[in-house]
Design a protein around this ligand. Sequence first.
Ligand code: SAM
Length: 218
Amino acid sequence: ILSSKKTYHTVLYAESAVHGPFRTKKFKVLAGKQTTATEYVEYGLHFSLDLSLAYFSARLSGERQRILSLMDDGERVVDMFAGVGPFALTLAQKASIVYAGDINPDACILMVKNIAKNRLTNVVPILSDALHLPHICPYPADRIIMNLPLQSVAFLDAAFRMARPGGMIHLYALVHREDEYLDILHKCPVEKIEHRYVRSYSPDQFHVVYDIFVGQNH
Ligand code: SAM
């Protein structure tokens, strides 16, 4: 593998599934440099990653571009589970401001590095539990990203407290059926909800995104 491409420096074996509150995996170095850190480029944005310290998946790159394409210039965005910043930095290209929170200090340190690396001045990194964000973010948000697929639903109340009437919440969830959370979501002040398949997870589970149009009278 190492000799197949000049830029490959390490071959990792994942010894565990994604686990714990920081959603990281345990890795063993099979060959090359003794590190779990690397550099990654996605649609022109440069990221420093360390896979044993903070979650990252390149498989959501298409999803990040889809959300960017839905945005108007100048939107105010909140990314509640921002990790090293891939959604936050992508959406910052159109947003006026992005508030990007994560509970993992190492993810936040990498996010700050990535903000600086890409010379962005409109991403505010926040080391915090997402439940505190409604007390921290000063303006109602036009768009909110909720990418914590096993638990996003538990943070819906915080998301609706931050969303402006007519705004949009993108909630990622791990499901057996695409309509799995629709009953719960329809109890919130929504105008409509669209859902789409994102990627497979296991033979009977997959990731879905719910695009939630927040009600005008919210
Ligand atoms: N959005 C990033 C991405 O696409 O790469 C990271 C997504 S990862 C699935 C979920 C992130 O949520 C992790 O970085 C984890 O540290 C963070 N997290 C978990 N519980 C949290 C909480 N209660 N408040 C804020 N962040 C949390």
